[in-house]
Design a protein around this ligand. Structure first.
Ligand code: KG4
Ligand code: ZN
Length: 389
């Protein structure tokens, strides 16, 4: 089985080829063309610029992904040979997967229409995929590093076996922050989510306040390397309701909240900067590391609560913010300490931020679950910028 996946929901044009080996999904190629340099001067993604860039990149990116998936991928640059390889790989495709939401409408449309055109030309089924589902399934391609429970063989660099359910996942991206519980594949229950900003959005806004540029997450993480986290004390928000006195006169303590809020943290950073005067490079580093620590501690606090309440066998970290080193390491050691039997999974950083490999992985599990009558060449779907989970 071979899946060609396309992802164009925001500012990365990406295509990937996935196959099945020993009953597990394996990526053969995962090509990402980033638009960061195009949006940098505006301090954020400009939707119109993003859509145009996707149109220019989508075909070369698909061709490259097809060529790189072939057996002689080192030769793909030689034109005539590349053309041959690419056609050969295209003929081997069984399914086309594409992100159809959520995201920027102009960006999504480019991927969706390309997938439909290819599906029609090749007469192959198209699998529309929710971008958020893709982030979760980035953890389930067998290239992913598996951090086994303490006491079992090896802590990292271990190729993962099929994960054990139930799974709990912290999904942290530029637009979403959620805790999700999965009893089985493709079966989701949202158990916590942000009431205002997403974690990635907090990083991006924080970086803007500190004048660190775009994209904010990597910029804050880099500045933070030189910082001293004890210089500032930013709040860790806990949305748990205060105790209430019951009819029997005793205080009743509500369940610890699994929801998030980051807008107060952003305000705390803005007022600290306002009261500070001109910022040196060292001042920015101290603020960046304390700000990053507050976001990470909030995410870890609620993740541990979810583990405590739902007792998952596997905990998955996913989304662009999962590329953050402090988050990856702090969460791993917290889960190992509080729940040593829980398997902790995080993808390599290139599978955390937007890429088509994760869309291919989600499509693989959708194909496995679907009845063949459901997998027909279809064009009865459209880009859905506000697609819900
Ligand atoms: O998943 P993603 O690539 O796109 C969305 O679906 O939104 O996530 C992008 C978000 C951005 O907010 C970016 O600042 C953040 O992920 N991000 C990071 C890091 N790399 C990307 N945040 C913190 N540390 C990082 N290393
Ligand atoms: Zn994303």
């Amino acid at each position: 089985m071979k899946i060609l996946a396309i992802e164009t929901s925001c500012d990365e044009t990406s295509a990937a080829i996935l196959t099945e080996k020993d009953g597990r999904p394996v990526l053969l190629s995962n090509v990402v063309s980033s638009q960061i340099d195009l949006h940098k001067e505006y301090g954020g993604v400009v939707p119109e610029v993003a859509a145009r860039a996707h149109i220019e990149s989508i075909i070369p990116v698909i061709k490259k992904a097809l060529n790189e998936s072939g057996p002689k991928k080192q030769l793909y640059k030689k034109n005539a040979y590349a053309q041959k390889l690419y056609q050969q790989s295209l003929n081997e495709i069984d399914y086309i997967a594409v992100t159809y939401g959520p995201g920027l409408v102009g960006s999504l449309v480019v991927g969706v229409e390309t997938a439909k055109a290819l599906g029609l030309a090749l007469n192959k089924p198209i699998i529309p995929i929710n971008h958020l589902e893709g982030h979760i399934y980035a953890n389930l391609v067998s290239n992913v590093k598996c951090h086994l429970p303490a006491g079992k063989v090896g802590m990292s660099n271990v190729k993962c076996a099929e994960p054990k359910f139930p799974i709990a996942t912290l999904l942290v991206s530029g637009g979403h922050t959620m805790l999700i519980y999965m009893k089985n594949h493709l079966d989701y229950k949202i158990i916590g989510e942000t009431r205002d900003d997403a974690a990635g959005e907090a990083f991006d806004k924080g970086a803007r306040v500190l004048g660190l540029g775009y994209p904010g997450g990597p910029a804050i993480a880099k500045a933070a390397e030189e910082g001293d986290a004890s210089k500032h004390n930013f709040p860790i928000i806990d949305l748990t309701e205060p105790p209430k006195r019951g009819a029997d006169g005793f205080l009743k303590y509500p369940k610890p909240s699994l929801d998030f809020s980051f807008s107060g943290l952003k305000t705390a950073l803005i007022s600290t900067v306002k009261n500070h005067g001109p910022l040196t490079k060292k001042d920015k580093a101290d603020l960046a590391v304390s700000f990053q620590k507050a976001i990470v501690d909030t995410l870890v606090q609620n993740s541990l609560r979810a583990v405590e309440e739902y007792k998952p066998k596997t905990f998955i970290l996913s989304g662009g913010v999962a590329a953050n080193k402090m988050l990856r390491e702090t969460l791993e050691s917290a889960i190992k300490k509080s729940s040593p039997d829980t398997c902790y999974l995080i993808p390599d950083t290139n599978l955390c931020t937007d890429n088509a490999g994760m869309i291919a992985a989600a499509a693989y599990y959708r194909i496995k679950k679907a009845r063949s009558s459901e997998l027909k060449a279809q064009s009865q779907f459209a880009a859905e910028p506000n697609l819900k989970f």
